[in-house]
Design a protein around this ligand. Structure first.
Ligand SMILES: Nc1ncnc2c1ncn2[C@@H]1O[C@H](COP(=O)(O)OP(=O)(O)OP(=O)(O)O)[C@@H](O)[C@H]1O
Ligand SMILES: [Mg+2]
Length: 315
């Protein structure tokens, strides 16, 4: 389990992480989302003790990770897959890493096979492609069979096969009761692999919930309605916070009202309904709606402060 308490990191006058309190639970893949510069990598470095907090703390299994007696068995992490000494072969790199924690050649070959690098295990890592580097980073992280896995944008550079393999690996690890924290900007992938989400913007938590709740509570959901009495029904549904889009003579979409309310209003007014279908919206839509105001670097807009904090509501 990873616990963050009032975790804050400042670089000069820049607050990269701003009072984050959250628990990353075992038994689930937690997706760590946020715009560029939101503070995700900094938070991960703070968890791993690679950087010290300005205030607050990050605990791994109840204590600072820097005090861990078996660090590689406790946490496997890939923050920067390219940060590997390029002169060694992949296998020698893993053997050297394994030697420091009493992991022998058998386990080394096992993880090489697991990440699909058997054919290039004797090649110098300097010649590795981005995706091969990612796979090697993941192999290093898995070497001591860790209880917690922290991966910063691991999908970056992986081919389709690699993305599918990683998805299976992470969901299996979570199912075994391990803690998995994973950052990625690929929303469709996150939707497939993660069960929980921690969303940050400008160093602050914007949401901490399951993906399901995150999408349901955001305003991106809609209901599509088919009714031969569409005109009268639309008239009755109109109101503050309700957006209605007509998509055919009998067909329209409603945002801001659920299927139950629409169905009840139709029933009370003896109006016919032939279809009433909820659309949850995608993670990407929900994420865009939430982080719109929390983008550090945007192509066209001026910087605006984060205004949406829904943590309480979504917990
Ligand atoms: N060593 C450092 N010195 C100064 N500023 C830093 C340092 N590390 C990070 N920052 C700043 O802290 C903020 C958060 O950066 P961080 O790398 O944690 O963001 P991120 O969420 O990982 O972004 P991305 O999605 O682009 O990877 C940024 O404004 C960044 O410029
Ligand atoms: Mg980052």
């Amino acid at each position: 389990m990873i616990e963050l308490h009032e975790l804050t990191k400042r670089y000069g006058d820049k607050t990269a992480v701003d009072g984050i309190t959250a628990t990353i639970q075992p038994g689930a893949v937690t997706g760590f989302l946020g715009p560029n510069g939101a503070g995700k990598s900094t938070t991960m470095r703070l968890i791993l003790g690679l950087d010290g907090p300005t205030s607050g703390h990050a605990h791994v299994n109840g204590k600072p990770y820097s005090t861990s007696k078996a660090p590689l068995a406790e946490v496997g992490a890939v923050l920067d897959a390219k940060a590997i000494d390029g002169g060694r072969s992949a296998r020698n790199h893993l053997l050297a890493l394994g030697a420091s924690v009493k992991v022998g050649p058998r386990r080394v070959d096992e993880v090489i096979d697991l990440v699909g690098l058997t054919d290039v295990a004797h090649r110098r890592t300097r010649q590795f492609s981005l995706g091969m580097g990612q796979r090697l980073g993941i192999a290093s992280a898995l070497l001591a069979d860790p209880e917690i896995l922290i991966l910063d944008e691991p999908v970056n550079g992986l081919d389709v096969d690699g993305v599918q393999w990683l998805r299976g690996l992470l969901t299996d690890m979570a199912a075994e009761g391990r803690t998995v924290l994973l950052s990625s900007h690929l929303m469709s992938e996150m939707e497939l692999v993660a069960e929980r989400l921690l969303v940050i913007g400008q160093g602050k938590i914007l949401a901490d919930s399951t993906i399901r709740d995150f999408i349901q509570h955001s305003a991106v959901g809609s209901v599509s309605v088919v009714s031969p009495d569409a005109d009268r029904l639309i008239h009755l549904l109109q109101g503050d916070g309700i957006a209605i889009t007509t998509t055919g003579s009998e067909r329209f979409q409603v945002q801001g009202m659920g299927t139950r309310t629409i169905g009840d209003i139709a029933f009370q007014n003896r109006l016919r309904i032939h279809e009433l279908a909820p659309h949850a919206g995608s993670l990407e839509e929900a994420y865009m709606a939430m982080t719109r105001d929390a983008v550090e670097y945007s192509g066209t807009h001026a910087h605006t402060p984060a205004s949406t904090t829904v943590t309480g509501a979504l917990r």
